[in-house]
Each structure stands twice: as C-alpha cells, then as structure tokens.
Design a protein around this ligand. Sequence first.
Ligand SMILES: [Zn+2]
Length: 74
Amino acid sequence: MRKENKIYCNSCGKRIVDTIGRDMEEYIHIEKIWGYPSEKDGECHSFDLCEPCYDKMTAAFVLKPEIKEETELL
Ligand SMILES: [Zn+2]
C-alpha cells in the first residue's frame, strides 16, 4: 500500500525501499478493477507485496506461477 509516498507490504507491513540504491528491493504491485458480474463491480482493489511475502503466497498455490528466464536483462 502507498502512504505518504512510501510503499508498504500489505502482508507483513514492512516498508519497501523502492528508491535507487544499495538497499533497493523488488516488490509486486497488484491492481484490479472489478467489473460485472463480480460483487465488487466498480471497485478498484490494489496491494503491494515484498519478495518474501510473494514467495509465501505463491508457495501456497496448487499450480505454481509460470517462470521464464528473461534473456534481455535491463
Ligand atoms: Zn511482506
């Protein structure tokens, strides 16, 4: 979640460092605008997860996320 220009992991509450530098961390941001026929029609839900919480979440998946190696690294 974003608060005062800072990003926090919604799962563990930890602040995510997203500025360029040695302590910079990767994280995921998910945003979903629900539409018909969802009960959440018209609502936008969003959250951020730090990498350890992402790993915990995906570890609980029955079918694991697809992983592809990016050949062109930024
Ligand atoms: Zn976390």
